[in-house]
Design a protein around this ligand. Structure first.
Ligand code: AMP
Ligand code: MG
Length: 888
């Protein structure tokens, strides 16, 4: 099963690519600014002039020259000044006036709010505190302050090309106003366009239909249409088909042939029943299914696919489950973010998360993380967090569980429950602006008091786990084999533990509770629960690991130094582990390129050239051996009695330096650790994965694996390594820090499908030089390595400012990175095709360097036009270009 985070990353990568390919054709003719409301801006809008153009008054009152008046003290009587009113210079808002007089001390003239200050004036005294007498205008001395009640020129908008509203902003009322500072008409993007299909023999259109027994109203279709509209999409068509393969295929064909359609959303028929045709139809139409079962409740049978239209563009397909709540939740978590991206919006496509306190104890689903619908209430609770109350029965057909829901509580997978009063994280799904928040207003910030200490949440010493089993309470320990497990795993007095273990049952749910919480007992209970689950249905375990792209720094991190790299969800390896509860056997299914049979010698050679001699299974074998060795070294006693079958696939293009082999290892490692319940720190996992690659003879440094384990953008400092403190003998090669990926400008990858470059070859000479350097100085090597390190530190500093990094800040550095590397390797080792790709990027004004050891280039473009030009140039040369999506 695919996790929701992975699923979202994968879908977003496809949506981003679809948008980028069609960006220009999505730009609509300019519309008057007010009509842009709700649309996404397709251009940056800069200020042409400053606002206000001249210094103006903030008050109705008298303009005067405060500096000169105070300096001369003429006209001062006690604590007031008497001014001579130069009535001819009076200035009212909108009146530019031909200014004739330059004001000096003792002169004033009437001015209204927004009026331009007469020459020489530097202050305004409000009318309310001034009095007119026969001598002139009397103003208190302390009201005469230079700069007072004056709005300086450019204080609202500086002018000078200041960015008012950036491309990708959804226009709201404030933007309408800001845009008007510069323009009357603006360019916007067309809304993303969708078609919606409800499938099911049982569906009727209306509750008024004279419905047959067994029929239900198609609620999904109208709901999905409304959700699309709420998310600013245009619905081209909505229809219903029965559970019929021909009718379903016809509906898909219509969506495919309708080139305006970005996303086809179906509901129902997406599972594995004999009337579920959707996935089969997608496959028969040549579609690629990226995921089909999600680790989430509700929403497990959700399919995401892309179907090639034959014109380098694809139709995105979301086949959502039929149950209405599942359809609504999967739409919200997966489809809505893609609509955001396809609208051209650059705001985060993820839902906002908040923390809340649970109003009641909620049991956890032992199989899948749950998105539990809840209403928030700020009027109760002791902390400043809102209290979350469940909307009641959460079955996936009960739409009432969505009614009024403010959040989806993100409950983790069980076993067990989360207690009343616990703090949970939740995704906001309602418009909280209208929430009845009855929190006390804070009248004035209290000085000297820091933020009120949040009460430490009560930690319970009670250990509760939920075991799903049949059986009566008093026999439970024996019935579920817990006693046996406790004796096997618990150090110390197992007898005492068993006696103090109290159990009770609540219908189908059995709860084991005890006062202490020894780890060994928890493990025993979990192992039993797991075994019971295996007994019921051996759940497959699936994990993914994403491709890795080096952003800046040392290319081959085995040599000290620093670098920044990212995991990207455009490509990934997937590994599935199928437990074999009745057997301890371990087997590996050959991957798509692991063939042992070839039609000819030539085909054998080209297969080896691309995929290596042994393919991917050797990685899985070496991994298993290493995990076992790790457990022995760290004295973790693992129960290997339940075996498995493992298979893998990968979409990471081979031999382009995108870390394809380590992605397979890491995805498989995640499966193994989950299956055998082994704990390994993330840093040790990176080192273990590296050991696996060394064992099978792949030359690699630690960087790739670190990024693939951490995901997102990671800064790695390899100048400091240390031993793991877990007894494994592994080294942690550096210090790793995750950076804020949203600060990066758009990144692209350019590659050629037939540009295989064996990473090992490219590293090899470097390794020798690194070793030799200890014996004889190699200043060229040191100079290049130092320059890579400095570049990394510079980019790290950009991240640390917390502001968005501009393309220009990266382009030169990325090019310098490439040059340093070119000096290290020499052109011959880099390969003519690689150099051609880099050159093409440079010719189009973009920054480019290798994304890894060679074969693919990371590209940063100064603007949209340069990307489009590069896209065309790449197409002409047979290179490919895709916008990268960071897997966060
Ligand atoms: P399916 O995913 O097709 O197996 O459907 C699962 C459940 O969702 C069944 O109870 C269906 O009747 C129900 N369902 C399917 N499509 C719709 C729909 N368009 N509106 C409301 N309920 C539906
Ligand atoms: Mg159905």
């Amino acid at each position: 099963m695919t996790t929701v985070d992975e699923a979202r990353s994968i879908a977003l990568a496809r949506a981003t690519d679809a948008f980028e390919r069609t960006r220009l054709s999505r730009v609509l003719d300019p519309v008057p600014v007010v009509r842009a409301l709700g649309r996404v801006l397709a251009e940056n809008v800069h200020a042409t002039v400053r606002h206000p153009r001249q210094p103006t008054s903030v008050m109705d009152g008298y303009a005067l020259n405060a500096r000169a008046t105070l300096a001369s003290s003429r006209g001062a009587v006690d604590d007031v000044f008497v001014f001579r009113d130069v009535a001819s210079e009076a200035s009212r808002a909108g009146d530019a006036g031909a200014r004739a007089v330059t004001f000096t001390d003792g002169m004033c003239s009437y001015i209204t709010t927004g009026g331009v200050l007469p020459l020489g004036c530097d202050a305004v005294a409000p009318q309310e505190i001034c009095s007119r007498t026969s001598d002139g205008v009397v103003i208190p001395r302390d009201a005469i302050v230079e700069g007072k009640w004056v709005r300086a020129a450019g204080s609202d908008v500086e002018g000078n090309g200041e960015l008012l509203v950036s491309i990708g902003t959804r226009v709201r009322a404030v933007e309408v106003a800001l845009l008007k500072y510069a323009k009357d008409e603006v360019s916007t993007y067309a809304a993303p366009r969708v078609r919606i299909l409800s499938t099911g023999d049982e569906l009727t259109q209306s509750a008024c239909d004279n419905a047959a027994l067994g029929s239900i109203v198609d609620t999904n279709g109208p709901m999905l249409e409304a959700l699309c509209v709420e998310h600013h999409a245009e619905v081209l068509e909505r229809c219903v088909v029965p559970d019929d393969e021909t009718a379903t295929t016809a509906a898909f064909m219509e969506a495919l042939n309708d080139e305006r359609c970005d996303i086809f959303i179906t509901s129902g028929g997406a599972s594995v029943g004999d009337r579920d045709f959707v996935a089969g139809v997608i496959e028969r139409l040549g579609g690629v299914i990226h995921f089909r079962r999600l680790a989430m409740k509700p929403g497990k049978p959700t399919v995401f696919a892309t179907i090639d239209r034959g014109n380098a563009q694809s139709l995105l397909v979301f086949a959502l489950p039929g149950n209405p709540v599942s359809a609504a939740v999967t739409f919200t978590l997966l489809v809505a973010p893609c609509l955001t991206v396809l609208s051209g919006s650059t705001s985060s496509p993820s839902l906002r998360r908040l923390h809340c306190v649970l109003a009641e104890t909620l049991s956890l689903d032992p199989e899948r993380p749950e998105y539990h619908r809840a209403v928030l209430d700020w009027s109760e609770g002791e902390s400043s967090l809102p209290v979350a109350r469940s909307t009641g029965k959460q079955i996936s057909s009960r739409l009432l569980s969505m009614r009024g829901a403010d959040v989806l509580l993100e409950l983790p997978r069980g076993p067990g429950s989360v207690a009343k009063g616990a703090v949970a994280s939740a995704l906001i799904v309602s418009d909280l602006r209208q929430a009845d928040v009855r929190m006390e207003k804070i009248a004035a910030p209290r000085r000297g008091v820091a933020v009120t200490q949040q009460k430490a949440s009560k930690t319970s010493s009670t250990f509760v786990t939920v075991l799903q089993a049949d059986g009566v309470v008093k026999d439970l320990k024996r019935a579920i084999g817990l006693e046996e497990e406790v004796r096997r795993r618990c150090e110390g007095d197992a007898e005492a533990l068993l006696t103090s273990l109290s159990m009770y049952s609540d219908g189908d749910t059995h709860v084991a509770e005890m006062d202490r919480r020894p780890t060994s007992l928890m493990r025993a209970v979990e192992a039993t629960a797991k075994r019971m689950r295996f007994g019921a249905e051996a759940a497959n375990i699936t994990h993914r690991a994403f491709a890795r792209v080096g952003i800046i720094g040392n290319p081959s991190d085995g040599y000290g130094g620093k670098c920044i790299a990212a995991a990207v969800s455009n490509w990934y390896a997937t590994v599935t582990l199928v437990p074999t509860p009745d057997s301890s056997s371990v087997s590996f299914v050959l991957g798509p390129h692991d063939s042992h049979e070839f039609p000819s010698f030539d085909e054998l050679s080209s297969n080896i050239a691309l995929h290596g001699v042994d393919g991917g299974v050797r990685l899985l074998k070496a991994l298993c051996e290493n995990v076992k060795r790790y457990c022995v070294d760290t004295q973790q006693s693992i129960d290997f009695s339940v075996g498995f079958r493992m298979h893998y696939s990968t979409s990471i293009p081979k031999q382009l330096g995108l870390s394809g082999s380590s992605a397979i290892i890491i995805a498989a490692m995640r499966c193994l650790l989950q299956h055998y319940d082994v704990t390994i720190s993330i840093d040790a996992q990176a080192s273990l994965a590296l050991r696996v690659e060394h064992d099978v003879g792949i030359a690699a440094g630690p960087m790739d694996r670190v990024v693939q384990l951490y995901n997102g953008v990671v800064f790695m400092d390899f100048s400091r390594s240390k031993s793991c403190d877990d007894g494994s003998g592994l080294d942690v090669h550096g210090q790793y820090t995750r950076l804020n990926a949203t600060l990066l400008p758009p990144l692209y990858l350019v590659w050629a499908d037939d540009n295989a470059s064996h990473s090992g070859k490219i590293h090899s000479n470097l390794k020798a030089r690194w070793e030799n350097r200890k014996i004889s100085a190699d200043s060229e090597f040191d100079e290049a390595m130092n320059s890579l390190m400095t570049l990394t530190e510079e980019v790290l500093a950009l991240f640390e400012t917390g502001s968005t990094i501009t393309p220009d800040e990266l382009i030169d550095r990325i090019n310098s990175n490439f040059q340093a590397r070119r000096r290290l390797f020499g052109d011959a080792a880099l390969g003519a095709k690689n150099l051609k790709m880099i050159q093409l990027c440079h010719e189009n004004g973009c920054g480019a360097k290798f994304a890894g050891s060679g074969g693919a280039c990371l590209v940063v473009s100064p603007d949209e036009n340069a990307v489009e030009a590069l896209r065309r140039a790449c197409a002409a040369q047979g290179f490919r270009l895709e916008r990268l999506v960071i897997a966060d």
